[in-house]
Design a protein around this ligand. Structure first.
Ligand SMILES: *Cc1c(COP(=O)(O)O)cnc(C)c1O
Length: 352
């Protein structure tokens, strides 16, 4: 047996399939921006870019460092979503041909001083109260500086994954009301993954899609998880009814049981508070977490899996066992699970 270690597989073929599905939901005239912030949601940014470059119209990242790396490997549009905070940032952005989001007057001052009005995306706050101009503030800037300029008007939704949440209508109404006051060459962008799925008519000129391309969108079973996280069993034991497993004795056996200990803990990125009963797959069968996640190991109830033994794999998520199950049964979001896997987990990028 080779050395036992936890493994993370990333499958670009699945990312491509997800992109194609998502593109089919939007207007043919809408352009598709892949949001690949935070190392492509943990999927290894440079590899992903190489494998999806022909399918997308552009990319969005948050950090300037990411955008500069990205520019070395793609000629597509790159949107620096957090924009610039200094003249130096602006200079580097221009030399890397980046599009910039401007979301406050501080940032607008920097581009205006340089008379740089090319490839700007103005973000307005329609209710999330995180980033973006207030409507009046934006209209002042528009009337004095932008009425003859091309730009993209953008906003971001707070609850696009919950179609009935009243905030969606409020945000769309504000966005549409403001954009109707602007000249007709202004492009528009508000859609993230949830918006494409629940409000595809709002795809406008650009969609900005992140979690959907990696299969972590919770309300859709056609998009597949592009990662497989699996860890080997390193011990199997029988316990008697009434015995307890793991720290604080959180899990108590109501019957005689068989417990497998797997080689992944919170030091590998599995959250410490994963609940008892969370479903994992062992030898293609359902098994349940039993006991608190420790630093290096996790315990699983394998009473019903007759043949399981040391070296067998425990799968936490995969294309056939959605990451959304692990997330939703633990009050987590798939985004957080994807980006928290630690570097000591061996990563394999399976090329198409
Ligand atoms: C992360 C992000 C997106 C992508 O959102 P998903 O829900 O992952 O599709 C789009 N726009 C902005 C501004 C973002 O920060």
């Amino acid at each position: 047996m080779s050395r036992l270690t936890t493994e993370l597989f990333i499958e670009p073929k699945i990312v491509r399939e997800n992109i194609i599905q998502l593109k089919n939901k939007i207007d043919a005239s809408s352009k598709f921006m892949a949001i690949i912030k935070s190392d492509a949601y943990g999927h290894i940014l440079p590899n992903i870019v190489k494998d999806i470059d022909d399918l997308v119209d552009g990319y969005g990242v948050v950090r300037l460092e990411e955008a500069i790396e990205l520019r070395k490997i793609s000629n597509k549009k790159i949107l620096l979503m957090q924009g610039v905070y200094s003249k130096e940032d602006l200079k580097e952005s221009i030399s890397n041909s980046l599009d910039l989001v401007i979301h406050n007057s501080h940032q607008f001052g920097i581009v205006k001083e340089d008379n740089h009005f090319k490839s700007l995306w103005f973000k307005i706050n329609t209710g999330m109260n995180r980033l973006g101009f207030e409507e009046d503030e934006f209209m002042d800037i528009y009337n004095t500086n932008l009425s003859d300029k091309k730009f993209v008007l953008m906003s971001h939704l707070a609850a696009s994954n919950v179609p009935d949440d009243p905030s969606n209508k409020i945000q769309f109404d504000r966005f549409d009301a403001l954009s109707s006051k602007l000249h007709s060459d202004v492009h528009k962008s508000i859609a993230n993954t949830g918006c494409i799925i629940n409000f595809p008519e709002k795809s406008y000129d650009w969609v900005r899609v992140g979690i959907g391309i990696f299969g972590g969108y919770i309300g859709n079973n056609d998009l597949k998880t592009a990662m497989t996280l699996r860890s080997p069993i390193i011990n199997v034991r029988n316990i008697k009814r009434g015995e307890k497993v793991g720290y604080d004795g959180r899990a108590e056996a109501m019957k005689d049981m068989k417990i497998a200990t797997v080689y992944m803990g919170y030091a590998d990125g599995l959250p410490n508070h994963i609940k008892d009963g969370t479903v994992v797959k062992i030898n293609h069968k359902d098994a349940k977490i039993f006991g608190k996640v420790s630093m290096d190991v996790t315990t699983v109830d394998v009473t019903n899996i007759e043949d399981c033994k040391i070296g067998d794999w425990c799968e936490f998520f995969s294309p056939t066992h959605s990451i959304n199950k692990l997330a939703s049964s633990n009050g987590l979001i798939s985004y957080d699970l994807m980006i928290r896997i630690k570097s000591r987990v061996k990563r394999y990028y399976k090329n198409i």
